[in-house]
Design a protein around this ligand. Structure first.
Ligand code: ADP
Ligand code: CDP
Ligand code: MG
Length: 205
């Protein structure tokens, strides 16, 4: 097997974007169960790297505490390693690219274009409520850092969503509903077209 990004066989990548607390991780877990993707959360990979005592650990911790975006070089290396180690060829990349630098560097390094971008649309009020109830012991889930993360989302991450929207690649989902209701919509997006026809009973004709 070649390395990730080889010209001959590129993996399928779906970027999963949305504000902090919009439900990216929750929905990715559901997608993995039903559609055989491997879920790679950039935030989870960075937190694991931080805890592993790597030389970048302190820098990553400082950035996360401030809600800032870690330089792409670090995050892309972690993503590439996780893709390679998974043995799979279908990935949900959750929480990445979070700014223009992330986006351009990933494309330049891996030569991978996303199949599409799944975008969870949710109000700040709802996202704030969810994060404050998340209880995962994260150092950035406090009101002060949450405000900073919302600002970074609006200023740096939404432009990436707009970029992909201009290329017709964004599947926008109303994420303000219940987990099950959101997944009903997500399921339709991931179900292959011929399967959708079968479910309507037309494929046997
Ligand atoms: N549709 C939803 N309705 C209510 N709570 C949700 C919903 N989706 C996720 N949550 C909860 O909100 C919190 C944030 O969800 P998470 O999946 O971690 O979001 P993200 O990865 O986008 O930050 C979690 O505690 C999760 O259980
Ligand atoms: N591409 C990324 C993704 C996350 N991160 C950092 O990790 C933090 C948490 O990201 P996350 O995706 O786990 O957060 P949620 O959106 O899931 O709440 C971000 O606020 C950034 O500090 C990053 O620097 N670059
Ligand atoms: Mg998450």
């Amino acid at each position: 097997m070649g390395t990730v990004g080889d010209a001959e066989k590129k993996p399928t990548v779906v970027f999963v974007l949305g504000g902090p607390g919009s439900g990216k991780g929750t929905q990715c877990a559901n997608i993995v169960e039903h559609f055989g993707y491997t879920h790679l959360s950039a935030g989870d990979l960075l937190r694991a790297e931080m805890k592993s005592g790597s030389e970048n650990g302190t820098m990553i911790q400082d950035m996360i505490k401030e809600g800032k975006i870690v330089p792409s070089e670090v995050t892309i290396k972690l993503l590439q390693k996780a893709m390679h180690d998974s043995g799979n060829d279908k990935f949900l990349i959750d929480g990445f690219p979070r700014n223009e630098e992330n986006r351009a560097a990933f494309e330049a390094v891996t030569k991978i274009e996303p199949a599409f971008v799944l975008f969870f649309d949710c109000s700040e009020e709802e996202m704030e409520k969810r994060i404050l109830n998340r209880n995962q012991g994260r150092e950035d889930d406090n009101i002060e850092t949450i405000r900073k993360r919302f600002k970074v989302f609006l200023e740096s991450s939404l432009p990436v969503v707009k970029y992909y929207d201009s290329k017709g690649k964004v599947q926008k989902v109303d994420a303000a509903k219940s987990v099950d209701e959101v997944f009903e919509v997500v399921k339709v997006i991931f179900t292959p077209k011929d399967e959708k026809v079968k479910h309507h009973g037309c494929a046997i004709l």
